[in-house]
Ligand binder design. Structure first.
Ligand SMILES: Nc1ncnc2c1ncn2[C@@H]1O[C@H](COP(=O)(O)OP(=O)(O)O)[C@@H](O)[C@H]1O
Ligand SMILES: O=C(O)C1=C[C@@H](OP(=O)(O)O)[C@@H](O)[C@H](O)C1
Ligand SMILES: [Mg+2]
Length: 167
């Protein structure tokens, strides 16, 4: 088995979790959603960490979670805010191929209806558009490969992830 990880990054709602698990199945790899480990370590839902501890704490705790990862042969769905930590991104990059699931701003907004409960990191005073514009070049910078997901079904994105992983 190829031991390389396939690491999915991208805006909230881009399908990292939904498509990641299906791609893992198709690739005969394990699947790992870093949000679940993060919540488990903190013993709190992501939104509660943001509300009760603030964004700075949230990002530091997310970084601790990512740096604790020692896995291989796994499709990894990261949280959208992972790109705020260079250390986390370097750690992930060492372990495999980074795929950016790219979405337009409008599609992101359409997908994330539950913005106040799903635990998205938006800095104080910033709009969702500010968050989008700030992050886009960060995802692009770390990506080994970019998949444009706006007009894709889940199955099409999964097929593109599988193709990219097998390259
Ligand atoms: N074509 C599509 N690809 C991926 N997700 C889609 C698509 N169309 C609708 N969705 C929905 O968008 C949401 C994607 O959320 P999720 O997988 O949690 O993304 P992420 O983990 O990147 O935040 C899910 O509710 C999914 O059902
Ligand atoms: O984009 C973000 O700021 C976040 C997205 C969430 O994950 P998804 O990208 O899986 O929605 C979660 O990790 C975290 O609460 C922050
Ligand atoms: Mg997710």
């Amino acid at each position: 088995m190829n031991r390389e990880n396939i690491i999915l990054i991208g805006m909230p709602g881009s399908g990292k979790s939904t498509c990641g698990v299906l791609a893992a199945k198709a690739l005969l790899k394990n699947f790992f959603d870093t949000d679940l480990l993060f919540q488990g370590l903190e013993e709190k839902k992501l939104q509660d960490i943001i509300d009760e501890n603030g964004i700075e704490y949230f990002l530091a705790a997310e970084e601790r979670t990512i740096l604790s990862l020692d896995i291989n042969a796994t499709v990894v769905a990261t949280g959208g805010s992972v790109v705020y930590s260079d250390k986390s991104m370097e750690h992930l990059k060492k372990s495999g191929k980074i795929i950016f699931l790219n979405l337009s701003y409008d599609t992101m907004v359409d997908r994330i209806k539950n913005i106040t409960t799903r635990g998205v990191v938006v800095k104080k005073g910033d709009s969702l558009k500010d968050m989008y514009n700030e992050r886009l070049p960060m995802y692009q910078k770390w990506a080994d490969l970019i998949i444009d997901c706006d007009n894709n079904t889940v199955e099409e994105t999964v097929a593109e992830i599988v193709k990219a992983a097998e390259k």
